[in-house]
Design a protein around this ligand. Structure first.
Ligand code: BG6
Length: 509
């Protein structure tokens, strides 16, 4: 288990939803798992007025709802909360940061924190450049006595130029190795397991290249709509919200070369090489290989779902995409000519994030497909969530006379492990930051290079009035033109259903 030294976690934007749903429950789970150091304190900072007591009461509700250990004894939660404090300031005003400094020095004495502080920015992005400046103004970014680290929530920039600008602004006040840019997908156990699947097993890696792999699919489907986040989402869309960050990060782990060692430097170096090898999208690619869609109203099994444009805080004529799919290529030795298909969307039939490796078929079809089935390629499915696990689809002889083949599943579920505690992504990432391990965080350069890759799509969609936006009914798998992206007569996207071990076309919403 990772060793952490005494320290404080200062959360800016503490009255917000993320703190309540994710951050405090994650730190509480760390506490329950004995991962916190002996001396620690959490200081929530926000504009809303709360006393310590009121803040703790709200955090307790969050823990009871969202923590893994939500059923913990009351006295355990109270003991954890006795190290949680709140400070109300106007975070946009530099002169108020003196109170942060005073509060920290008080907590420092009380809990023997060694002047080690993590600042977590869970605020609107407009404050990302401002808070570091004011912390610097109070000398709180300098690492003379203890360590000082800063965690930045996504979105990291809105496009390429804003990401470059944000990097510059942050690096004015923090060194690059003090900056932890969060991408919660990297905190997911199953995403990290991709490295282990690939590099701890002798059987996959020899096949993991253009000679044996026909194409790769990366899907992040959600059945929920935009819920109460219309205001944010309408200015963002699926490409910015999911692809530029989460799905390109996943792609880099699927496609990277074996690192020399498992260290942050080596892994980040290999991932960067993948990002740099992404084939830039030409004008023709933008028209043919990138698809956007927006969900429209539909009634599924008697239940009515609003269209995106009817959601609150969404413009009634919005052209924001709630679905995006694309075919892209990695121009390097290993992947030349192998299409990577990426798709994500809201209000799809089910919630699933997975990577599907489609292997090339055997050179000859010696056997017939069993009646009622079609020949299917060998697929390795890395299920990120839910029902975390790995599934290998392989052809098997149908018992009896003759030689008919059908596809069967070799299926591993994390839930079958005796001890299958899977830490939440935030639990893992906060612990890593506390221990000073930035392997699962994004480098500034990676944020820029991924924005650079998606920027032509953003420009095309924004500036070309003829760029199509396809409607798709809520509860369907997105615009049907997305099927045309997939090369090869027999190939389609995988359509996983609620029962994720099986394929099928019909799904419940
Ligand atoms: C967030 C996006 O980063 O990731 C959300 O802003 C999305 O729109 C979420 O719902 C998906 O995360 P997960 O962990 O539920 O797949």
């Amino acid at each position: 288990m990772k060793k952490t030294i005494n320290q404080a976690l200062v959360i800016f934007g503490a009255s917000g939803d993320l703190t309540y749903r994710k951050l405090i429950p994650a730190v509480f789970d760390l506490f329950m798992n004995d991962s916190l150091p002996e001396g620690y304190a959490i200081l929530g900072v926000s504009r809303t007025e709360f006393s310590n007591k009121q803040f703790r009461k709200r955090m307790k509700e969050g823990i009871r709802q969202f923590a893994h250990y939500k059923e913990a004894e009351e006295k355990k939660i109270d003991s954890f909360l006795s190290s949680v404090f709140y400070l109300s300031i106007d975070t946009a005003k530099g002169e108020e940061y003196i109170y942060v400094k005073k509060k920290l020095s008080e907590l420092n004495k009380k809990f023997n924190l060694g002047h080690n502080y993590i600042f977590y920015l869970s605020t609107p992005p407009s404050l990302y450049p401002i808070i570091p400046k004011f912390l610097y103004g109070q000398g709180l970014t300098l690492q003379q006595k203890g360590f000082r680290r800063i965690i930045i929530e996504k979105p990291f920039g809105h496009d390429l130029s804003s990401a470059i600008e944000l990097n510059k602004q942050l690096q004015e006040f923090f060194q690059e190795d003090q900056i932890y840019r969060i991408d919660h997908y990297l905190g997911k156990e199953t995403v990290q397991n991709m490295l282990v699947t690939r590099f701890a097993n002798g059987i996959y890696e020899p096949l993991w290249n253009r000679n044996y792999i026909q194409h790769v699919e990366i899907t992040a489907a959600e059945s929920v709509g935009v819920e109460d986040r219309g205001g944010y989402y309408d200015g963002s869309g699926a490409l910015r919200d999911m692809i530029q960050n989460h799905l390109l990060q996943v792609l880099s782990l699927v496609a990277m070369e074996p690192p020399n060692k498992i260290t942050p430097e080596e892994i980040r170096y290999e991932k960067m090489k993948v990002f740099r090898s992404l084939r830039p999208l030409s004008k023709t690619d933008l028209k043919k290989n990138v698809i956007r869609g927006q969900y429209t109203e539909a009634t599924v099994r008697g239940k009515h779902y609003k269209g995106y444009r009817e959601e609150s805080n969404v413009k009634p004529d919005s052209r924001t995409e709630t679905y995006a799919a694309m075919k892209i290529f990695i121009d390097n030795w290993r992947w030349e000519g192998v299409p990577f298909y990426i798709r994500t969307g809201k209000r799809l039939p089910t919630q699933v994030s997975e990577v599907v490796i489609h292997f090339r078929p055997s050179p000859q079809r010696l056997f017939k497909a069993a009646e009622g089935t079609v020949h299917s390629d060998n697929q390795l499915i890395l299920r990120i969530q839910p029902d975390e696990g790995i599934l290998l689809k392989t052809g098997m002889k149908v018992p009896g006379s003759g030689y008919e083949v059908k596809s069967v599943n070799m299926d591993f579920h994390y839930s079958d492990l005796n001890d299958h505690y899977i830490p939440s992504a935030y639990e893992r990432l906060i612990l890593d930051c506390m221990a000073g391990d930035n392997m699962l965080f994004m480098q500034g350069a990676a944020a820029e290079v991924t924005w650079k890759f998606v920027q032509p799509i953003l420009d095309y969609w924004e500036n070309d009035k003829d760029a199509p936006l396809h409607g798709y009914p809520a509860g369907s798998w997105g615009p049907d033109v997305a099927d045309d992206l997939v090369e090869g007569k027999e190939n389609t996207w995988r359509y996983p259903c609620k029962n994720l071990a099986e394929d099928g076309i019909y799904c419940e919403l």
